[in-house]
Design a protein. Structure first.
Length: 318
């Protein structure tokens, strides 16, 4: 009888531990320790890589100085050392890349199961990992049943990584980080760079926060946009803010720098500001560079574009 009671009490205690993970984390911080360990390792490698890079840069500079005073022997030696250090830093970079998913997964475990303090620390860790952790973040969002607080935290986190959003359907939406064009009306205002980032031309009109070609009706013009991360593209959204309707083609550049047509057709955007929102079957390749072609003669006046969002499935972690 006594034994039975003891077993009941023990079983009750165990199930209490299992169901109250916050209690378990507090009493036996095994999960935290593992996360801290991996994170420390990651941080140390980062520091070492930074140090090696800085040393390599200093040696490179001293090699140039030696060259200027015709001291070739010193220049060659410094240059060699600098290259060796750079190679070491690169190798460290790869090791760091391999650690990121492990650190991120540990952090997610704590984010899902931990007490408030543990969850906060997990978010801080992920923040420090930076955009490199985003593929893991997406996998996490897809694979787990998350309560709304965790979901909100994770989405907020991704937003802090830059011009990246995770949409409800798990697609990754990005705004351009750099841009060039066949021509531009200005270097700064009306320049290609005005297409970078989120929309900031919120009313229709000839406004310098959007890109305009040099001539209003000069025929074919193009915009080439680069994004932070490669995705398998499924949708492109173009924010047109003056004389819309001139886009005729959207292409994407694959990893071998070959261009593929994603869409070709009639831009039916009638009002500005307005969106040309194009969906297509995702190609097999991933891309971070797209090109938009306009037939500027098709619609009279300057055909201005404010921002372009690339939406896609995130390519697997390298
Ligand atoms: Ca035009
Ligand atoms: Ca803009």
């Amino acid at each position: 009888m006594t034994l039975f009671v003891l077993i009941r009490v023990a079983a009750g205690f165990l199930s209490l531990c299992a169901t109250h993970l916050e209690v378990r984390n507090f009493v036996f911080p095994a999960g935290m320790t593992k996360q801290e360990e991996k994170f420390d390792e990651w941080r140390k490698l980062q520091e070492e890589r930074r140090r090696k890079k800085a040393e390599a840069d200093a040696l490179h500079a001293s090699a140039r100085e030696a060259l200027l005073r015709d001291d070739y022997e010193t220049a060659i030696a410094a240059h060699k050392q600098s290259r060796a250090l750079r190679a070491e830093a690169e190798a460290l970079g790869k090791a760091i890349g391999r650690l990121v998913p492990e650190v991120a997964r540990e952090a997610f475990r704590n984010l899902k199961e931990g007490a408030l303090e543990i969850r906060n620390r997990a978010v801080a860790r992920l923040k420090e990992l930076g955009p490199a952790a985003v593929p893991e973040v997406l996998a996490f969002l897809k694979s787990s049943r998350l309560d709304s607080d965790t979901q909100a935290r994770v989405r907020q986190l991704v937003r802090q990584f830059g011009d990246v959003e995770i949409l409800e359907d798990g697609l990754w939406g990005q705004w351009a980080v750099s841009a060039k064009a066949s021509s531009e009306y200005g270097k700064d205002g009306y320049g290609a760079r005005q297409v970078c980032g989120k929309p900031n031309t919120l009313q229709a009109g000839d406004l310098s926060t959007a890109w305009a070609s040099l001539e209003p009706d000069g025929g074919k013009e193009w915009l080439e946009l680069t994004y932070e991360s490669s995705v398998r593209p499924v949708r492109v959204r173009i924010h047109e803010t003056f004389n819309p309707g001139a886009v005729v083609k959207i292409e994407a550049r694959d990893e071998e720098k070959k261009w593929h047509v994603l869409w070709e057709g009639k831009d039916t955007t009638k009002h500005s500001p307005g969106w040309l929102d194009v969906r297509f079957d995702p190609p097999t390749f991933a891309t971070r560079v797209i090109r938009i072609t306009l037939d500027t003669s098709a619609v009279a006046g300057w055909n201005e574009i404010d921002a372009v969002q690339l939406l896609g499935e995130h390519a697997a972690h390298e």
